[in-house]
Write a protein that binds this ligand. Structure first.
Ligand SMILES: NC(=O)C1=CN([C@@H]2O[C@H](COP(=O)(O)OP(=O)(O)OC[C@H]3O[C@@H](n4cnc5c(N)ncnc54)[C@H](OP(=O)(O)O)[C@@H]3O)[C@@H](O)[C@H]2O)C=CC1
Ligand SMILES: O=C(O)CCC(=O)C(=O)O
Ligand SMILES: [Mg+2]
Length: 428
């Protein structure tokens, strides 16, 4: 028996032939989140409901279903992530959440990561686009229009690690030294050890999703971002497997830099350049790669050259916040965790709980609101989504903004989190 109360009204979203079947009154589970979560979630819920009402005049409505994780779950049920929460998302397919706290250096492992892993939400999709009038540290923020596909189920986020000084880590280091011939652990007596699993399957399903998305949305390129020069058999393999998959599964629809290199090797530089130019002229999707450190400077200096980004879990985490900074910061950076095979998805902001602002009705709710917009688009409710995009542009254009933007804009009116939501609703 569930300890949670599903709403009396509303119907379940279902999956038929791989497609979500969305009723007019879908039940959507939500997790409020820790820290600033309650403030931003309350604001987001009001804006989402108002947009749906305005777009469909009462014909469509979300039946919200509160489910629990993090501190609220712990206080009520003495559990950080109750099984009912996972079951509700399994049953209702689409959910939305506020941020959840993860302690540093000890304590529980990330609940955010656990949700992604338990439900096998292997893509973390984070679009990064500019809204008119948003303050930015770069000269041409409007040049940033990228969609990050971050691998969400493996890499060091798998949490395979052992603490310094434990029997387990000593055993592992002994095994590495005595049976695997490892001589390069600099301080074996005082090392903690983390393991980074990266698989062909995990890479392929991520890269496949990124390429499909790019083709479906008329994007120009997919860039595989990796640190394969140093981590050859994990990050380097990600690049190799990504290129192999692109050529094997997407054939004539793509032109890869691996093909470019082969042509260059066999026929010379001019032939390779001609082949790429021809592929571009034919509208083929270019699949290329970039080493992560160089990539981080190129998205600042030449953002126009990047479009859809496919990368591993840790790189994706760093790249998400770095790119968000170019278009206004993580206060308006949305995201989604998706399994494109089972249809399950959890929408959530890129940022965390911002604990120093908890309970102050202060922070920008834009990130959760825009995550909700991604959710509306996922449901096929584009009219409601478009209303929020419009209201966002208009409200920021009127310089009515929360503290994070106000401190960077001349002549802005600083409003609270809830007041920003009021203003958005007015502008829907
Ligand atoms: N998916 C999730 O639930 C995530 C959870 N976390 C967790 O959150 C906790 C705190 O992490 P922390 O590293 O401080 O990162 P946060 O993303 O929570 O906050 C860092 C800074 O980003 C700015 N910021 C964050 N959210 C907003 C917002 N809505 N509006 C405006 N500015 C915002 C603030 O900047 P400023 O100080 O300049 O005002 C804030 O101090 C940790 O426990 C972490 O593990 C982290 C990331 C994702
Ligand atoms: O789970 C966490 O606490 C942090 C996760 C994170 O930073 C992210 O997914 O972007
Ligand atoms: Mg992060």
């Amino acid at each position: 028996m569930s300890r949670f109360e599903a709403p009396q009204s509303g119907e379940k979203i279902t999956l038929k032939n791989g497609e979500l079947q969305v009723p007019d009154n879908p039940i959507i589970p939500f997790i409020e989140g820790d820290g600033t979560g309650p403030d931003i979630w309350a604001a987001a819920k009001r804006v989402l409901d108002a947009a749906v009402e305005k777009a469909y005049g009462g014909k469509k409505q979300i039946a919200w279903y509160e489910i629990f994780a993090g501190e609220k779950a712990y206080n009520r049920f003495d559990e950080w992530l109750p099984e009912e929460t996972l079951n509700a998302i399994r049953e209702y397919f689409v959910a939305i959440k506020g941020p959840l706290t993860t302690p540093v250096g000890g304590g529980i492992r990330s609940l955010n990561v656990a949700l992604r892993q338990e439900l096998d939400l292997y893509v973390c999709l984070r679009p990064v686009r500019y809204f008119n009038g948003v303050p930015s540290p770069v000269k041409k923020p409007e040049d940033v229009d990228m969609v990050i596909f971050r691998e969400n189920s493996e890499d060091i986020y798998a949490g395979v690690e052992w603490q310094e000084g434990t029997e387990e880590v000593k055993k592992l280091i002994r095994f590495l030294q005595e049976e695997m011939g490892v001589k390069k652990i600099r301080f074996p007596e005082t090392s903690g050890i983390g393991i980074k699993p990266v698989s062909r399957e995990g890479t392929e399903r991520l890269v496949r999703s990124a390429i499909r998305y790019a083709l479906d949305h008329g994007r120009k390129s997919v860039t595989l971002v990796h640190k394969g020069n140093i981590m050859k058999f994990t990050e380097g393999a990600f690049k190799t497997w990504g290129y192999e998959l692109a050529e094997r599964e997407f054939g004539d629809q793509v032109f890869t830099w691996a093909q470019y290199d082969r042509i260059k090797e066999e026929q010379g530089l001019d032939a390779a350049n001609t082949a790429q130019a021809q592929a571009e002229a034919e509208g083929k999707l270019i699949v290329k790669d970039s080493i992560a450190d160089a990539f981080l400077q190129q998205i600042l200096t030449r953002p126009k050259e990047y479009d859809v980004i496919a990368t591993l879990n840790l790189n994706g985490d760093y790249v998400s916040d770095a790119l968000a900074a170019q278009v206004g910061g993580i206060g308006i950076a949305p995201g989604a965790n998706i399994n494109f095979d089972t249809g399950h998805a959890i929408f959530e902001a890129t940022h965390g709980t911002a604990p120093k602002y908890a309970g102050m009705d202060k922070v920008n709710p834009g990130s959760v609101i825009l995550s909700g917009v991604l959710m509306l688009e996922h449901l096929g409710w584009q009219e409601a989504a478009d209303r929020i995009y419009h209201a966002m542009d208009k409200t920021i254009g009127q310089k009515t903004v929360t503290y994070d933007f106000a401190r960077l804009m001349d002549g802005a009116t600083e409003v609270k989190c809830s007041e920003f939501a009021d203003k958005l609703i007015e502008n829907l």
